[in-house]
Design a protein around this ligand. Structure first.
Ligand code: ASP
Ligand code: MG
Length: 407
């Protein structure tokens, strides 16, 4: 008998019919002789709708009340799912994050998992129940509800799989797995069979929306092997696990794209020292997440620094930087550019294969696509392009590495 954790995302439980479909799948998994723990998201759109309602009431709702409100999304879906199972003659029990033993710390709306005491889950499994846990939430030792950040049900699933020592952790979504690129953009993109944690992490944080990046980090930390699969069919998915030597033969595993990028440039900086610290501190204090950074000194001795960030952060970044401009010199100025996108290629094989960057930029140049800022990690190369070029860019780079062919 195996213990299986199955996580179902919002689209997999997006309608009552789909909730029934998930109930049926859980019952089948149990009937095949397994113990089953499900971790479930809110029905698709519900979390956004709840956040929208809060904003109608006031601009900056207290974060404690936001947690109280948005955590109800998952409570709806777990209760409905258990009812669907009861209706089909099965035996299931739903738990909130707190009831499941997920203990959190940190601040409201960004809770972090401190520990999990899964005894209640284990007891229910032993009594023959399918256990259905609300994702995205936990409780502090003094009984406050925390949510875990957007996409946090993935984190709940990985953490629970580690805590109950699951034999298998399956992340069910509305696609068959992780693809070499978004199939809506690159028609001959292929499903990747096996991926390392690091590749998955780089892909998740460079635009591949399949899974929350934090949850991949947690899986790596606890060695939770998981599989991303489709809740509407029985196709094998993508297995994500520790890197192995075979994975290195391929320099590039996938191409990720991220839209809605913007660039901010501070130029004519004459403040002699510490200007980078001044700029970055101003952005950090405003809690702005910046991505790429490029700094250089022009021939006239004036310095210049550019950053990219999500479009949503542009306004706040401008406001934060305007305040510190006077500290950067009398002529210091701020320019912004919206309408950018980011293309990234990812693969652990990059460490041992040379010429990857050359191939990327040759393919883009041959297609007449201008590139802007560039950033790299050991296993990723990213560049900005005009938003209107991003789909073409993805296609030519995907083709340049022959990703349409089976590895
Ligand atoms: N319902 C939450 C969200 O939309 C958590 C999740 O679905 O993973 O972010
Ligand atoms: Mg999700």
């Amino acid at each position: 008998m195996a213990l299986i954790v199955q996580k179902y995302g919002g689209s997999s439980v997006g309608t009552i019919d789909r909730i029934r479909n998930v109930g049926r799948r859980l019952m089948e998994t149990q009937s095949a002789g397994n113990q089953v723990v499900a971790v479930v998201s809110a029905m698709s759109g519900v979390t956004d709708k709840l956040i929208g309602m809060a904003r109608q009431v006031m601009d900056n709702p207290p974060e404690r009340e936001m947690d109280m409100l948005v955590s109800t999304g998952e409570q709806q879906s777990v209760a409905l799912l258990c009812m669907a199972i009861a209706d089909m003659g099965g035996k299931a029990v739903s738990f909130t994050g707190g009831q499941a033993g997920i203990c959190t710390y940190g601040s409201h709306t960004r809770g972090r998992i401190e520990s999990i005491s899964p005894q209640r889950i284990i007891d229910a499994l032993r009594s023959g129940y399918i256990v259905v846990c609300a994702g995205f939430q936990g409780m502090t030792p003094d009984g406050e509800i925390h949510t875990l950040g957007r996409g946090g049900s993935d984190l709940s699933a990985i953490a629970l799989a580690a805590a109950v020592k699951a034999d298998l952790c399956q992340i069910y979504t509305d696609v068959d797995g992780v693809y070499t690129c978004d199939p809506r953009v690159v028609k001959d993109a292929r499903k990747i069979t096996v991926l390392s944690y690091e590749e998955m992490l780089e892909m998740a944080s460079s635009g591949s929306k399949v899974m929350q990046a934090r949850s991949v980090e947690l899986a790596k930390k606890f060695g939770v092997i998981f599989e991303v699969r489709n809740s509407m069919n029985n196709n094998p998915g993508t297995i994500v696990q520790e890197e192995n030597p075979a994975m290195e033969s391929l320099a590039v595993r996938g191409v990720s794209i991220e839209r809605n990028q913007a660039r901010v440039t501070v130029s004519s900086i004459t403040a002699p020292v510490a200007y980078t610290a001044i700029i970055l501190t101003a952005l950090a204090d405003a809690e702005i997440n910046i991505d790429m950074i490029v700094a250089n000194t022009a021939h006239d001795g004036k310095a210049r620094q550019s950053f990219t960030m999500n479009m949503n952060e542009l306004g706040a970044a401008q406001a934060a930087l305007k305040k510190v401009l006077p500290q950067l010199g009398p002529e210091a100025r701020l320019d912004t550019e919206a309408g950018l996108a980011k293309l990234s290629v990812v693969g652990v094989g990059m460490r041992s294969n040379s010429g990857v960057a050359a191939t990327v930029f040759r393919a883009l140049a041959d297609a007449g696509i201008h590139t802007g800022m560039i950033a790299t990690s050991e296993i990723r190369i990213s560049t900005t392009v005009e938003a209107s070029d991003i789909e073409k860019a993805a296609r030519v780079v995907h083709a340049a590495f022959h990703l349409e062919k089976e590895a």
